[in-house]
Design a protein around this ligand. Structure first.
Ligand SMILES: Nc1ncnc2c1ncn2[C@@H]1O[C@H](COP(=O)(O)OP(=O)(O)OP(=O)(O)O)[C@@H](O)[C@H]1O
Length: 331
């Protein structure tokens, strides 16, 4: 193994290696078992932990180790990273002297960066390095961040949407907003409850949102509990309704983008007009989002080929590119 690119996201964690490519892509959820006053033990992570959301017995607590892209608690984060390392490299000798580049939000403070590095080192990584997620994602999409032209990228994750313009190894402008995919899920939940009188769980609301992006037909079947009677009920929900329900969230991301463009020098705007906007992160897959971006901004949007994994893919490429790591250190 030896070298890893890691994207520790609010919603999903992705790990890549130079030789095997994608080796881990699972929800950033961990299930901790109460150990009677001692430090809680990890009972499950990833998919296994996520299926227990909303149905875990009292002795188990589901936790997300990150919020807004930064770690919430050092112990939880280091347990989470350690558990991932155990999954991607089963034998201790494989984890020995593993180097890694970890994606970090551009807006993370020095303290948050230090905490992430500490958690990674405690989990067993050797001299981990950090790289801004938009830069890692761009590299994962084949963009050279040392290029002299300006590139503009939007990363719509679960908890945050980040807009970043960069060129020649430096960030020109950056804006972020704390509404993204999770907020879209919440909008879907509220819509189904208010317009159709059906209560669904958090995991179901997210599935409905994702199904709606892939759906060909005009409506999708939604099952849940009737809000009035408490009985199970199925309803047919028009896809256009879901699209309209998440629109306030996509509009707020578009406003963030517009304000980032305002910060750019005219020469860079010219580059962006000819290059287009690179979009990645799971939230960028939301039905209607690229079209709305096109309409609102008037320049082309290039959806990433692998929007959910390009940050980890770019991070592992950067591991062998000292110039990029040095140029973007601290961003
Ligand atoms: N096909 C899809 N259509 C709409 N939304 C999707 C789709 N696939 C994933 N998502 C949403 O994308 C979000 C997760 O994206 P991603 O994995 O890029 O985020 P993250 O990196 O974990 O989060 P962050 O960048 O905020 O730390 C979730 O809200 C998920 O519901």
């Amino acid at each position: 193994m030896g070298e890893l690119g890691i994207d520790l996201g609010n919603s999903n964690t992705v790990v890549c290696t130079p030789n095997d490519g994608l080796v881990f892509e699972e929800p950033s959820v961990m299930l901790l078992r109460d150990s009677g006053g001692r430090r809680p033990r990890v009972a499950a992570i990833g998919h296994e932990a996520r299926v227990m959301l909303g149905r875990a017995p009292a002795s188990l607590t589901a936790t997300r180790p990150l919020r807004d892209g930064v770690i919430t608690d050092l112990d939880t984060a280091h347990e989470f990273i350690r558990a991932i390392l155990r999954k991607v490299a089963r034998h201790r000798w494989q984890r020995w002297r593993t180097r890694a580049v970890i994606g970090v939000p551009v807006g993370a403070t020095a303290l948050e960066r230090r905490a992430l590095l500490e958690a990674a080192e405690e989990a067993g990584l050797r001299r981990p390095a950090l790289l801004a997620e938009p830069i890692a994602g761009a590299i994962g999409c084949g963009v050279d961040p040392l290029d002299r032209r300006t590139h503009l990228v939007v990363d719509v994750g679960g908890g945050t949407a980040e807009v970043t313009a960069f060129c020649f190894g430096g960030v020109l402008a950056h804006r972020s907003c704390r509404v993204a995919g999770d907020e879209m899920t919440l909008a879907v939940y509220h819509h189904i409850r208010d317009a159709h009188g059906i209560l669904v769980g958090e995991v179901d609301a997210e599935e409905i949102k994702i199904r709606c992006s892939a759906e060909e037909g005009p409506a999708i079947a939604v099952s849940g509990r009737d809000a009035a009677t408490g009985r199970p009920r199925v309803a047919s929900v028009p896809v256009a309704e879901i699209e309209a329900a998440v629109r306030p969230v996509t509009d707020s991301i578009i406003r963030t983008l517009a304000s980032c463009l305002d910060d750019l020098p005219p020469q860079s705007v010219g580059d962006v007009l000819s290059e287009g906007l690179l979009a990645f992160g799971g939230g960028s897959l939301q039905r209607g989002f690229p079209e709305r971006l096109d309409d609102a901004l008037g320049f082309s949007v290039k959806p990433a080929e692998r929007p959910l994994t390009c940050v980890a893919e770019g991070a592992v490429v950067a591991l062998r590119n000292r110039a990029v790591l040095d140029a973007f250190r601290g961003w």
